[in-house]
Design a protein around this ligand. Structure first.
Ligand code: SAM
Length: 234
């Protein structure tokens, strides 16, 4: 998979060379490049923002640097890319969408700042690729960098070969609509807190049934909004 990230703060992404994402790049499963939006400006101050038409607080990102960035990044692309603009006004990013995006060949992330990007950029971008505005959740961040990093991590770990043991991806929260069951490791009693008996029993069927019940119970208490969807998936 190829991922291009456009941002006015490319150094935010230095951490993506660590851990699993770093190994994915070393092994050639992932080609990740960051780009400074200001490289596509042509004035002395490398300006990327201007005042909003119609008035109002804050600044808006100018369309032309974005168009030039997207033109450059799609010019020799073999595949029609998916262009993701993180936005609190977008569709909510979920595990299901991470899985869908993990099977694409080329993703471009466009990180907004200030009050966001001139709306016409999204229409222009749709002539170059398939455009998705995606939200991490119902809150507002300062920019698209942290949102892009979260989405990239969730997507890349689903590329086959990135996580060493693929079984560890199967039983995770949100994979089947439920939250994951609780996990424990040694010692069997820690600071007067014992591990649930059933996990020490060696009875695999009983352990599986207990874990399933825990998934339902946790989801009912912590995320009742997921229950209807999970029940219809079963
Ligand atoms: N004025 C915008 C609005 O009300 O929809 C918010 C702009 S926000 C301060 C600046 C940038 O942060 C956005 O362009 C987007 O890239 C990013 N951002 C903020 N909250 C986000 C969220 N919940 N999910 C994804 N990206 C977000």
């Amino acid at each position: 998979m190829r991922i291009d990230i456009v941002s006015i703060f490319p150094s935010y992404f230095d951490g993506l060379t660590l851990s699993l994402l770093g190994r994915a790049q070393d092994s050639g499963l992932l080609q990740l490049r960051t780009h400074d939006l200001r490289d596509w400006t042509h004035d002395r101050h490398r300006t990327v923002d201007d005042t909003p038409y119609g008035g109002g607080a804050g600044m808006v990102m100018k369309p032309e640097p974005w168009a030039q960035a997207l033109d450059a990044l799609t010019a020799n692309a073999e595949q029609h890319p998916t262009i993701i603009f993180p936005s609190p006004a977008g569709e909510v990013f979920t595990q299901e969408k991470a899985r869908e995006l993990a099977s694409t060949q080329h993703l471009i992330f466009g990180c907004g700042r200030y009050e966001g990007i001139d709306e016409r950029v999204f229409d222009y971008a749709s002539s170059l690729g398939s455009v998705r505005l995606m939200s991490l959740g119902d809150y507002v961040l300062n920019g698209g960098e942290v949102a892009s990093m979260a989405m990239i991590e969730a997507i890349v770990r689903l590329i086959p070969g990135v996580v060493g043991n693929p079984d560890s991806l199967v039983e995770e929260s949100h994979e089947d609509g439920l939250l994951e069951y609780p996990s424990y490791t040694k010692p069997s009693t820690w600071r007067d807190r014992p591990v649930p008996e059933v996990l020490l029993s060696g009875n695999h069927a009983a352990i599986a049934a207990w874990r399933r019940e825990q998934q339902w119970e946790r989801t009912r208490t912590r995320r009742p909004d997921l229950i209807d969807g999970a029940a219809s998936d079963q």
